[in-house]
Design a protein around this ligand. Structure first.
Ligand SMILES: NC(=O)c1ccc[n+]([C@@H]2O[C@H](COP(=O)([O-])OP(=O)(O)OC[C@H]3O[C@@H](n4cnc5c(N)ncnc54)[C@H](O)[C@@H]3O)[C@@H](O)[C@H]2O)c1
Length: 255
């Protein structure tokens, strides 16, 4: 098998439709020589149907990343398909409606706690659950939306992403001794199911279309997925705690 990820065994979370960033990661990873195991949340039969659209049908393991039993059993379930993991992709995010779309001042702690549990803490939970299968050279990669500034409608999800970015740096710190890297891709806006659940998401779309120096295609998940592949590969062996922007250059340009 040839390709950037030849022989690598990957666990990819976060596929729900074929527009999911995780779907593009899984597809490109298979095309580049990787063996992929998926996890699915909730509608497993739907995820299994989407998994059949990959170049090679990938097995799907049920994982609610907030469920301690799912996390405790994850390594054994993955072992039914592969004998170890070279990479783990966290492509998971969720916030209750009250946390998004301008409700920053009113969202309850219960709702904010849910957003942080699913979108931030889960990065650490997933990595620790997969750790028994990993060895030096392994990589964990997650997806963020640039959290260095406040966005009009992103609200508590922005706070969750700021936490994710910090959690990735701490994971880099704590897993570095074992030779395992942790990096994030900061993607520009993409029309996925998660994005559609954000009221006012079109504001991002307009901003990116007008300002990204390279331009920005809201329906092309491949650039973000390719960056994930690069970070999972052997071509970033000394890079950890990093955030790679895949946003058409938007973050680098003043208004
Ligand atoms: N779409 C964008 O504009 C954009 C931009 C930057 C970053 N991101 C990030 O990319 C990642 C993937 O999102 P996407 O845009 O591909 O949307 P998506 O809706 O396709 O994927 C989100 C995934 O999170 C999963 N999920 C939600 N709650 C879960 C739980 N409790 N346990 C396990 N999985 C759970 C869903 O099942 C779904 O597969 C997210 O972290 C998102 O914040 C998205």
């Amino acid at each position: 098998m040839s390709g950037l990820l030849a022989g690598k065994r990957l666990l990819v979370t976060g596929v729900i439709t074929d527009a999911s960033i995780a779907f593009s990661v899984a597809k490109l990873a298979q095309e580049n020589g990787a063996q992929v195991v998926l996890t699915g949340y909730g509608r497993l039969s739907l995820v299994e149907r989407i998994a059949r659209r990959l170049p090679e049908v990938a097995p799907v393991i049920e994982l609610d990343v907030t469920d301690p039993e799912h996390l405790a059993g994850l390594a054994d379930k993955v072992r039914e398909h592969v004998d170890g993991l070279d990479g783990v992709v966290h492509s998971i995010g969720f916030a209750p409606q009250s946390c998004l779309g301008g409700g920053f001042l009113d969202a309850s702690w219960e709702d904010v706690a849910t957003a942080l549990h699913v979108s931030t803490y889960s990065y650490k939970s997933l990595a620790v659950a997969a750790l028994p299968l990993m060895s030096p050279g392994g990589a964990v990669v997650g997806l963020t939306f640039d959290a260095t500034q406040a966005w009009p409608v992103y609200d508590w999800m922005g706070v969750a992403k700021a936490g994710l970015e910090s959690a990735s740096r701490y994971l880099a710190l704590h897993l570095g001794k074992q030779g395992i890297r942790s990096n994030l891709v900061a993607a520009g806006p993409l029309r996925t199911m998660a994005a559609k659940s954000i009221p006012g998401f079109e504001q991002f779309e307009d901003a990116w279309s007008g300002r990204a120096p390279l331009g920005w295609d809201l329906t092309d998940q491949a650039p973000a997925a390719r960056a994930c592949l690069a970070l999972l590969s052997d071509w970033f062996p000394a890079t950890t705690g990093e955030i790679v922007h895949v946003d058409g250059g938007y973050h680098a340009i003043g208004a």
